[in-house]
Design a protein around this ligand. Structure first.
Ligand code: WTA
Length: 575
């Protein structure tokens, strides 16, 4: 397992974190405050730190963003251009009446305007929210309503999806269309000189909705100081160097795209590649080759799909620039790590974190041996532990709740308008992640699974409740129970158990009817909720296992699906 130590030639550059144990032991957050630029009044601004501060350095005319879309349209922007365009948009947003603390949501594919807008919102002290372009009306409504967003930045195509919900969003004052020539003229006319808001480190900077087991998705809110964790992990874990070209394949609708495609990575001054097209192995390798990508941060599902396309394909490309590969979002299978070595001559480094943690928490580092299958060790500045439900640490080797000592810079500040929910994450002085894991005697952490029913499909976090709610909106459905079913490619797929109204269930013997109905229900969820959150498998059942109080017991559905013992059924109503 001694991958790097056995082969030092893999170190093309001295790693930023050369001695993990020493840095970890001596670490003090206060000592790294100087990694950021602070205003004289001890305030900061995360977007200023990501981009504008570089204008005073050699990075001013360096390319910050290489953009390419599926059709092959290419654009590039220097740090100075990013700073100027985002300042212009900031001034334009001010003319719309956007104030500090207002929520401005961005609903765009990964086009440059998404990045400009995100920076602009932070620069004027408003709170940016991001929305996946795969979202449809239900998902959009929940998020825009709960956040009481004042402005939505989108394009004319995606704006169509708001038609049926617009009238139910009284706080939404304006929908800005970035492909509207009027908007573009307004921005062009705006001044490049913007007063960048001086923010308290604790002031809110951005928010993301994420799913839990129950209820609607919740708005996880991060502060400006979160960039300190993001910057430091981009430096130590992603190992970004000034000369690097870096590609993160995540969408900023997901926290990874915000922390490591905008804030942390640009704060390290690195040149980033953004590709807005769909996944395609050949195209991905082409991008790695054309841009001479050195550091590549992706997800296990993508790695598995690349594996499926074969090692021969990789060998057709010149990927000699690659120095460091990483992955996040779901368990990284040992085969995927080994395949990385075979295909790229180096392993994928697993990293673990969550929307709520705001930055990488547990990781594998260039200088440390990888124990294949392990998530690695906590990042400097973080204490990770395995605790029981009361907050007591467990002995090494025992399974328990993966938890982090609270108080690092990118720990979420609140759950929007649900502070009680926020507080429920903490036991004693631990932030409890909701994941089950164990720690070995060398301090490496090993992932076991979720403690709750949250589904991870192709790395996307999906709450079963949201899918169930979407299904019951269909006229044929009485109720539904939704689980994540293990899947070799996607980690999990969404499987729904559906109880139909009698006039539908009596017709299930007709196979054409049955298959058509399954397809229709999948499409229905896709079109209401999100392009990625629909059930790939549907099974019609007569009834669902429920507790005496009427809660669907997804645990039982899952156990039955996987042919496992159903466990404690004492709360189960007869089934
Ligand atoms: C899962 C992602 C295993 C985990 C940045 C976590 C992982 C949830 C890993 C957070 C990993 C993330 N190994 N599981 N390396 N990384 N997860 O909020 O269950 O979308 O709690 O953030 O993804 O998902 P989220």
């Amino acid at each position: 397992m001694d991958i790097y130590k056995k082969n030092k030639t893999l170190f093309k550059l001295a790693p930023n974190l050369a001695d993990y144990d020493k840095v970890y032991k001596d670490f003090d957050w206060e000592k790294v405050y100087g990694e950021l630029e602070w205003f004289e009044d001890h305030k900061i601004n995360a977007a200023y730190n990501a981009v504008d501060r570089h204008l005073k350095t050699h990075r001013k005319n360096k390319v910050a963003l290489f953009f390419e879309d599926e059709k092959g349209d290419k654009q590039k922007y220097t740090f100075e251009e990013l700073a100027n365009i985002s300042s212009k948009i900031g001034n334009y947003l001010k003319t719309l009446g956007v104030d500090r603390g207002d929520r401005v949501f961005i609903f765009l594919p990964r086009i440059p305007y998404l990045y400009f807008s995100f920076l602009a919102v932070l620069k004027i002290g408003a709170i940016a929210g991001t929305l996946f372009s795969a979202f449809y009306e239900d998902a959009l409504f929940d998020r825009l309503e709960n956040s009481q967003a004042k402005i939505l930045i989108t394009n004319s195509d995606l704006a169509q999806r708001l038609k049926t919900i617009r009238h139910k969003l009284p706080h939404l004052q304006k929908i800005v269309l970035v492909d509207d020539p009027k908007f573009q003229t307004e921005v062009a006319k705006s001044s490049e000189s913007l007063h960048i808001a001086h923010m308290d480190p604790d002031d809110y900077a951005f928010m993301l909705y994420t799913s839990g087991t129950t209820g609607k998705p919740k708005g996880v809110v991060h502060r400006h100081l979160a960039i300190l964790s993001q910057h430091l992990t981009a430096k130590y874990v992603l190992d970004l160097h000034d000369e690097d070209t870096y590609w993160c394949t995540a969408d900023p609708g997901w926290v990874t795209g915000i922390a490591y495609e905008i804030l942390g990575s640009w704060s390290c001054g690195v040149t980033s590649v953004v590709y807005s097209g769909r996944f395609d192995p050949q195209r991905w390798y082409q991008i790695l080759q054309d841009y001479k990508v050195n550091v590549w941060y992706t997800a296990p599902t993508a790695v598995r799909m690349l594996m499926a396309s074969g090692t021969q394909l990789v060998k057709k490309y010149n990927l000699g620039g690659l120095r460091h590969l990483l992955s996040v979002g779901e368990p990284l299978n040992p085969e995927a790590v080994r395949w990385g070595i075979e295909a790229f001559g180096r392993p994928f480094h697993d990293t673990w974190w969550q929307t709520e943690t705001g930055a990488i928490c547990i990781a594998n580092y260039p200088v440390l041996d990888i124990k294949i299958g392990s998530m690695g060790k906590p990042v400097p500045g973080l204490i990770a532990g395995i605790i029981d439900d009361k907050g007591n640490e467990m002995t090494d080797g025992m399974e328990g709740n993966l938890a982090l000592k609270k108080g690092w810079p990118s720990m979420m500040k609140t759950i929007w308008h649900r502070h009680v929910k926020y507080e429920s994450y903490f036991v004693k002085d631990w932030y409890v992640s909701g994941d089950r894991a164990w720690k070995d005697k060398d301090g490496y952490f090993w992932f076991i699974g979720r403690a709750d029913d949250v589904i991870k499909t192709s790395g996307e976090r999906v709450g079963p409740y949201e899918v169930e709610s979407a299904l019951v909106e269909h006229p044929a459905v009485i109720e539904a129970g939704v689980i994540g079913k293990p899947d070799a490619l996607r980690g999990e797929i969404i499987k729904a158990f559906v109880v139909l109204k009698p006039q539908y269930s009596t017709r299930l013997k007709d196979l054409n009817f049955l298959n058509d109905l399954k397809e229709e229900l999948s499409r229905f969820v896709k079109k209401h909720l999100a392009g990625h959150a629909y059930p790939r498998e549907i099974e019609f059942v007569d009834k669902l296992p429920k507790t005496r109080s009427g809660k669907i017991m997804r645990r039982i559905l899952k156990a039955r699906e996987m042919g496992l013992p159903v466990g404690d059924t004492s709360t189960l109503e007869e089934y």
